[in-house]
Ligand binder design. Sequence first.
Ligand code: SF4
Ligand code: SF4
Length: 455
Amino acid sequence: MAKTENNSKKSGGRAFLYPKKVKGKLFTIRKWISYVLLLLLFVSPYVKLKGEQLVLLNFLERKFVFFGLIFTPQDFYLFALAMLIFILFIVCFTVVFGRLWCGWACPQTIFMEMVFRRIEYWIEGDANQQRKLDKQEWNAEKILKKGSKQLIFLLISFGIANTFLAYMMGADQLYQIIIEPISEHLVGFLSIWIFTLIFYGVFAYVREVVCTVICPYGRLQGVLLDNKSLIVAYDETRGEPRGHMQKSIDQPKKGDCIDCGLCVQVCPTGIDIRKGTQLECVNCTACIDACDEVMLKINRPQKLIGFYNHDFIKNRNPFKIGARAYGYGIVLFLVILVFSSLIYKREDVQTTVLRASGTLYQKRPDGSIANLYNAELINKTNKEIRFSFKSADKLDKIELIQADTVLRKEGTAHLTFFLVKQRKHITEFKTKVVFEVEANGKIISNSSTTFFSQP
Ligand code: SF4
Ligand code: SF4
């Protein structure tokens, strides 16, 4: 195997890969997409919208923020639906475009191929030079190159860990950990370093094993892909029988593949795409660029390796979206519809009114009937809200026993009160009653429950 350590293979250990530098049209596009995605990833936690960071995924406090929308523990169903949409989208995307996400948008591949690998090329050179450096004795050059590379890797991992924690705990809290004494934020301080070491380990050593062994999404490919899915594939009809270029015209004609091995040498997961679809292929398209360059040199049409589906490779059928993709698409559309309507109907303040346990109802000397209730109001915004609480039926009277009138940002308020109805307005034993929360002259939330009385 040209690009792996033979000794490691023979001893049964992991073969450390030395993918060759790749260049080409697709790599250039991928590079620019990566820059944009990296910029978004690093900037998002520090950008504020409506007083909240753009994206917050605080699993510990169960608070999630997406583009100004705050999801509290009470909105867990919305968060679960959002996750379902994300998974369905990935499934849909995979059924049509294969594992394109892995090679073009996954943070693991972007950091590995566009950041860490390029630093490695910059310091140690291309694949052959890296291999040579690894084999040579330790000397000043090797110490300097290896030392500086690992130090830069560690610093970048530190940056990634900080960004990761900015998403998880919030950029403001991360800032407090950085500027305040370590003793006040021991857990936060340790978290930064633990995640730094995890990221360093992943990008310096574990590398492609994340995609080929650890990532569950990669394992799902066998289930998700079908004959219509677009994948990075070798056009064997055109390429085979492979063989080196013929010098003599008397020798039998071979396929377009000249067996140069470049597609294998550039592969970051160390596979030979000519052996067919493999679980390890992350669709990074490096082999397409490498082969296109070869085809250009030997004056043959490009895209011997390209984005194809099995239907095209085997039967030359043009690309068509399959029924499975339409099925997933319809499900995705319906879930998005449900999610959007729930978001549209979602109130900034959630009100829950429950009857107080104990007496069913109270007869007053003036003939009116009173029921006792407890109410809880949850503020889902990051603004303080001054509110008033009332019955939707203007003929009813509310007697507050315990009353908050201010809802702190993301806080709760509790009320205990009697709802008093005049006997003449009661026609049933069980009557539906509605309560309204008003702020700045607008009804911002309501809740209904039952009122008991002898009619
Ligand atoms: S086979 Fe090609 S597309 Fe797949 S991982 Fe290797 S280089 Fe990338
Ligand atoms: S790069 Fe192209 S020509 Fe070279 S071995 Fe791979 S498929 Fe064949």
